[in-house]
Design a protein around this ligand. Structure first.
Ligand SMILES: [Zn+2]
Ligand SMILES: [Zn+2]
Length: 136
């Protein structure tokens, strides 16, 4: 496993953070929940496990929303601008790649929930596309 440190912030800059942990996956998720949460064709999520978030500012301004019927699906966002920020789920942290201050040293590995994608979504390019969760 690779130890990485990522820093990011919300749209307005109220919430700033650093995430440190073991890189697990970098996935483009096309599931309906990610689409609704982001308003875009897919979420670009970097997953670290185990990992921890250090908040540098704005921790009191962030809010969590867990989809009631979901096992784990939670969004965390700034209450001032609505921008998504890193979210801890157990000892795993999911980092919205678009919130990062600089490009990470890791690249997307796959598209997931490909069968749920919107018809107007971008093409998968050279990356593997899994119908739901990755099988490899
Ligand atoms: Zn904000
Ligand atoms: Zn998703």
């Amino acid at each position: 496993m690779t130890d990485i440190t990522l820093s990011g912030r919300c749209l307005c800059g109220t919430a700033t953070y650093t995430v440190t942990g073991n890189f697990l996956r970098f996935l483009q998720c096309h599931c309906e929940r990610c689409r609704r949460a982001s308003g875009t064709g897919h979420a670009s999520n970097i997953i670290l496990n185990p990992a921890s978030i250090e908040w540098h500012s704005g921790e009191s301004s962030i809010r969590r929303y867990k989809v009631p019927e979901a096992a784990r699906f939670t969004t965390v966002f700034c209450t001032n601008c609505g921008g998504p920020v890193a979210r801890g789920i157990g000892d795993m942290v999911v980092v919205p790649a678009g919130s990062l201050d600089s490009p990470p040293d890791v690249a997307p590995e796959a598209h997931i929930f490909w069968d749920s994608r919107a018809p107007w979504s971008c093409e998968s390019g050279d990356l593997p596309a899994f119908a739901e969760y990755p099988t490899a």
